[in-house]
Design a protein around this ligand. Structure first.
Ligand SMILES: [Zn+2]
Ligand SMILES: [Zn+2]
Length: 437
C-alpha cells in the first residue's frame, strides 16, 4: 500500500482528498421535510460544519393531521414561533433525543399549550398520537431561551435572533459563519396593533415565506374601519357579533382594536389563556399599556357556566379560528339563528374547515349534521403575514444572493419580480440542495 501511495496515482488521490475536504467545508446542505411548496407542516434541515440543525417541525391540523417527513437525529432545533404548522412536531425530536431547542421564552410557553392541545384533539378524534405528554415536558426542559438581539456561539457558527413581526415572540434566525443566512419563518413587515414590523437583515442567503405570493392585502386601516363600522351597524340593529379567532395573535389583535369601543365584550377559549401569558412578556408587545387596556375591556369566560352571560354580550371573541372546535360552535349554534346577528371572520380559513364551508355555503357541520347559519357572515383581512409586494420589498432590502421561497403554494409568482436580480430557488419536498459559501 505504501508503495502505491508513492506511485503515479498518489497525486490524484491526494488531489481528490483535498477537493472532498473543500466540499465538506464550503457547502451548506439543506433539505425540506415539509412546508416548501405548502402552507403547513414546516421542517428544514441544514448541514453545515459537521452539524445538522433542524428549523421547525410542524404539523397541519387537518383531519387527519398531516406531518412532515421523518427526521433523523439532529444537533440543534430552531423554532421561529408557536403556530402548529411550525411547532406541532418538535416534541417528536426534542422529546426523543433531548436536543436543545432554541427559541424565545414566549414561543416556548405558548408552544407548550399548543402541543398539549393538539395531543388532546388527536386523542378525542382517535388519531395515532405522534408523541406523548412526556415528550412535550422533555421538550420544554430542552429549551435554550433566546431573545431579539441575542447572538449565541454554537459549535461552528453563530446565530442571531431578530423579530419576525408575525405574532408576539416570533423570531427570524440569522446563521453567521463565512456567510450569513436568514431564516424568516412567518413574517410581517408592517406594524400591527400587537407587534412591530420585521426589519430587513443584510444576508447572502434568504429563506423566506411566501404565503401571500400573488396577493396584496387591502389597506389595514381601511379594513379596521369597515370592521368597526360593521360592528356598530350590527349592535345598532340589536344584534350580537361573534368573532372566531385563532388563540395566538389574532384574538389579542382584535381585542386591541376594540379596546375603546365600550361594547359589552367577552373573550372565551384558548385565546384567553394565551392573552394571560402575553401579559407576562411585555417586551414582545408593541404597546403594553394598550394591551393591558384591551385585556381590561373584555370579560373573561372562566368556566362553561359563564357562557349563559357571555352569549348575551354584544361582542364575543372566541377560539377556534376556523370554527372546527372550541367554544365557538356553541355560540354559533345560538347566535346563528337570528339574522340580526353577525359572524365576522378575521382569519385564514383552510379548505375542509367549517369556516371555509360557512363562507362558501352558509352552513357548518355540527355533531355530524350540516346546520344552516341564518345570521350575517362577513370576512375581513387582518393577516399577520407580509403580502406579495411587502415580501418583494423585504427581499430587496435584505439584498441577498440566493432567495429560497418556502411556506407557499404560489411561490413561482415571485419569480417575475425577482429573478433578474437574485438567484431564486424553489426547493422541492425531500430534495437536498446546496448553497456555496
Ligand atoms: Zn405563523
Ligand atoms: Zn406558518
Amino acid at each position: 500500500m505504501s508503495k502505491g501511495a508513492s506511485g503515479p496515482f498518489s497525486r490524484t488521490l491526494h488531489r481528490r482528498k483535498i477537493i472532498t475536504a473543500k466540499v465538506i467545508i464550503m457547502e451548506m446542505k439543506f433539505r425540506f421535510l415539509g412546508g416548501a411548496d405548502t402552507i403547513g407542516r414546516m421542517g428544514m434541515t441544514m448541514e453545515w460544519r459537521g452539524k445538522t440543525s433542524l428549523f421547525e417541525y410542524g404539523m397541519s391540523p387537518t383531519k387527519p393531521p398531516e406531518y412532515p417527513l421523518e427526521c433523523q437525529r439532529v444537533d440543534n432545533v430552531f423554532l421561529t414561533h408557536c403556530h402548529l404548522d411550525h411547532c406541532g412536531m418538535v416534541p417528536k425530536i426534542c422529546g426523543r433525543d433531548d436536543t436543545e431547542l432554541f427559541t424565545t421564552p414566549l414561543t416556548a410557553e405558548v408552544s407548550e399549550i399548543m402541543m398539549n392541545d393538539s395531543l388532546k384533539i388527536a386523542k378525542a378524534e382517535n388519531y395515532p398520537l405522534p408523541y406523548t405528554k412526556g415528550d412535550v415536558d422533555r421538550t420544554m426542559r430542552s429549551v435554550v431561551p433566546l431573545t431579539f438581539g441575542d447572538t449565541i456561539e454554537l459549535d461552528g457558527f453563530d446565530v442571531s435572533v431578530h423579530s419576525a413581526g408575525h405574532i408576539p415572540g416570533a423570531a427570524m434566525f440569522e446563521i453567521i459563519g463565512d456567510t450569513s443566512t436568514l431564516y424568516s419563518g412567518d413574517l410581517h413587515t408592517i406594524s400591527t396593533r400587537l407587534v412591530g414590523p420585521a426589519r430587513a437583515v443584510d444576508c447572502e442567503n434568504l429563506f423566506i415565506e411566501g404565503t401571500y405570493g400573488g396577493r396584496v392585502h387591502p389597506d389595514r386601516r381601511d379594513e379596521e374601519t369597515s370592521f368597526l363600522n360593521k360592528i356598530a351597524e350590527v349592535t345598532d340593529r340589536g344584534g350580537r357579533v361573534l368573532i372566531p379567532c385563532f388563540a395566538t395573535g389574532r384574538t389579542q389583535e382584535i381585542m386591541l382594536l376594540l379596546r375603546n369601543t365600550g361594547y359589552d365584550m367577552w373573550v372565551d377559549g384558548m385565546g384567553r389563556s394565551v392573552t394571560r401569558l402575553y401579559s407576562n412578556y411585555p417586551e414582545y408587545l408593541l404597546d403594553f399599556k394598550k394591551f393591558k387596556g384591551a385585556k381590561r375591556a373584555f370579560q373573561e369566560v372562566r368556566n362553561p357556566n359563564m357562557r349563559s352571560h357571555s352569549a348575551k354580550g354584544e361582542v364575543i371573541v372566541t377560539t377556534g379560528g376556523m370554527l372546527d372546535g372550541g367554544p365557538v360552535l356553541g355560540y354559533l349554534r345560538e347566535l346563528g339563528k337570528n339574522p340580526k346577528n353577525a359572524v365576522l371572520i378575521v382569519g385564514y380559513q383552510a379548505e375542509d374547515t367549517n369556516g371555509r364551508m360557512l363562507l362558501e355555503s352558509g352552513c357548518v357541520m355540527m355533531d355530524g349534521e350540516p346546520v344552516k347559519i341564518n345570521c350575517e357572515v362577513r370576512k375581513y383581512n387582518f393577516s399577520a403575514h407580509a403580502d406579495h409586494d411587502q415580501i418583494v420589498g423585504f427581499v430587496r432590502e435584505c439584498d441577498p444572493r440566493n432567495v429560497i421561497f418556502m411556506h407557499s403554494e404560489t411561490r413561482e409568482l415571485f419569480m417575475e419580480d425577482l429573478k433578474g436580480d437574485y438567484n431564486v430557488i424553489l426547493p422541492k419536498l425531500g430534495e437536498e440542495f446546496t448553497l456555496d459559501v
